[in-house]
Each structure stands twice: as C-alpha cells, then as structure tokens.
Design a protein around this ligand. Structure first.
Ligand SMILES: C[S@@+](CC[C@H](N)C(=O)[O-])C[C@H]1O[C@@H](n2cnc3c(N)ncnc32)[C@H](O)[C@@H]1O
Length: 276
C-alpha cells in the first residue's frame, strides 16, 4: 500500500500565525493599515527580504527588533505598503481639477496626501501647468506619503515609457524627456515639472502634520481604504479643518464619505466640498 505523504513547502524563515498577528498589530499602530486574514503569505514574502539582509532566521526575532528600532520600523512600513498608482488614474478627477482651477484662479495650495511613486502629483502638476500656461503658476503642490522609498522614486521622476503611453502626445513631449542609450525605454519628468512638486514624508496617523494651510485642494485617493472607519473619520475631520471653505476634496474610486455630511458634501463622483 502506498503511503500518502503531505508535501509541505519548507520556508526559509520560521513564521507562525502569532508572527503574522504581531505584524498586523505593529502595522496598525504605526500606519493605521488593517491587513486582512488572507494577507499572511504576502507578509511573509514582503518581509523575507529584510530578514535576509539582517541575517535573521526567525520572524519572531525580526519583529522584536522592529518593536524597538526606529530605522527598521521605516523599512517594515515601506515593505508592507501597497503603492499601486498610475498617471492620470481616474481621469475624471483631473478634468474636475482643471475645471476647478479655471473657476477658482486664486487657488494657492494643493496637497496630494498619499502620493506613492509620484504619478499622481505629477498628473496634478501637468493639469496645473496646462491651465495656467506656465511651469511657475501661483499654486504650490505638496506631495506626501508614509513610505520614504516611494518618495525617493517620485523625486527622481524616472518611469517606464509604457507608463505614459496613454497620455496625449503633446503631454508626453512637453512634460517628459525620452531616455536614450542605457535609459532607453524610460522617461524622466521634465525639470520644470519636477520643480513644481515638493515631496515630503508624512504619516497620516501622526498626531501632528507638518503641512501649511489653508489648503484649497486635497487629493487623498486610495489610502483611506486601508484604514478602519474610525481612523478614516478622524483623518477626514483633520483634513477638512485645514481646507478653505470653497475647497475640493478628492477621494479614491472606492472611498465614500456621504455618511459624514457634517464634514463633507458630495460635489461630483468621489469629489467633496468641505463643510467648515
Ligand atoms: C495604493 S497607493 C495610492 C497612490 C495614489 N494616491 C493613487 O491613488 O494612485 C496608497 C499609498 O498610501 C500610502 N500610505 C499608506 N499608509 C499611509 C499613512 N498612514 N500615511 C501616509 N501614507 C500612507 C502608501 O505608502 C501608498 O503609497
């Protein structure tokens, strides 16, 4: 009789359910991000690289280190954030931005609050530059994210050429340099456009935000979905307090705040006006 053996894939590092739960707790405390039960394999693969670099063999030891080491906390959060983004993602928001700027030529400040690798704030900058017809408009754009690694990529402004294929040709020509030689297949954001965006690290969970106000427009897209209801309301409340009464708050496609009429009122598809 043939004996059946269950084949269990041997993992490189010791990783238990308790470790996963600890990761979830630490990530929630540090970044407000709630990880679903189903994410345990993702956690393993994203953090394994850190254990390898640190020459550790057990997640338990790694997590003890994260609890006390500020620098490692940054790597920990960087490894676990989801940074998916693209140029002109949800294009109707940029049409709304263009209309808003034409109707409110006195707009002074735009905050892109979870900017990831930069495609979103540069899309904002392209829209602003197009409306004002200059690379030095009277509008400042601040782009922030918790993840220092994505902000480095954003500041460098180098992307795969395929990422801008869907842009109108005059945008590609006006706002990007084409890579040559070793940089073939890449594009770089034009220096004038890069200078329009100021990148800073900012954790939306921090009790204070180092950000100038009043702010006319806040882009806060596809980040609130990672937070629980209570955290979402707190962040929305704080953002609304920073905004001009005529301002515009832009949310992600699956983020809905109609249940907070005391804070915001809908003024378009996933776009809100602050109540303050
Ligand atoms: C899915 S990306 C969205 C990027 C962009 N807003 C968009 O819609 O294309 C989510 C971003 O939120 C950032 N993030 C997660 N938690 C954060 C926090 N507590 N404070 C600030 N940014 C955070 C992540 O680092 C990531 O870059």
């Amino acid at each position: 009789m043939t004996e059946l053996h269950e084949v269990v894939a041997q993992r490189e590092f010791a990783y238990s359910r308790r470790d996963f739960d600890r990761v979830r707790r630490l990530l929630f405390e540090r970044a407000g991000i709630r990880l679903a039960d189903s994410k345990d394999a993702m956690v393993y693969s994203r953090l394994a690289r850190r254990l390898r670099i640190l020459k550790l063999t057990r997640f338990k030891d790694y997590l003890a280190m994260v609890a006390h080491n500020h620098q490692e906390q940054e790597h920990f959060v960087n490894a676990l954030t989801t940074n998916l983004t693209s140029f002109f993602r949800e294009p109707h928001h940029f049409e709304a931005l263009s209309t808003y700027l034409k109707q409110h030529p006195n707009t002074k400040r735009i905050w892109c609050s979870a900017s990831s690798t930069g495609e979103e704030p540069y899309s904002i900058a392209m829209t602003v530059a197009s409306v004002f017809g200059t690379f030095t408009p009277p509008v400042s754009i601040v782009a922030t994210d918790i993840d220092s690694r994505v902000l480095q990529k954003a500041a460098a402004g180098i992307y795969s050429a395929s990422g801008i294929e869907q842009l109108p040709p005059h945008y590609r020509e006006q706002f990007f340099y084409k890579g040559k030689g070793a940089q073939l297949g890449k594009v770089r954001v034009a220096d004038e456009l890069r200078r329009m965006v100021q990148f800073e690290t900012l954790n939306l969970m921090s009790p204070t935000w180092d950000i100038e106000s009043p702010i006319d427009i806040i882009f806060c897209r596809n980040v609130m979905i990672y937070f629980d209801r209570d955290t979402q309301r707190k962040i929305l409340f704080r953002m609304v307090k920073l905004m001009t009464p005529e301002g515009m708050y832009v949310a992600g496609h699956s983020e809905n705040f109609t249940m907070y009429p005391e804070l915001v009122r809908p003024m378009g598809k996933t776009i809100y006006r602050p109540v303050n």
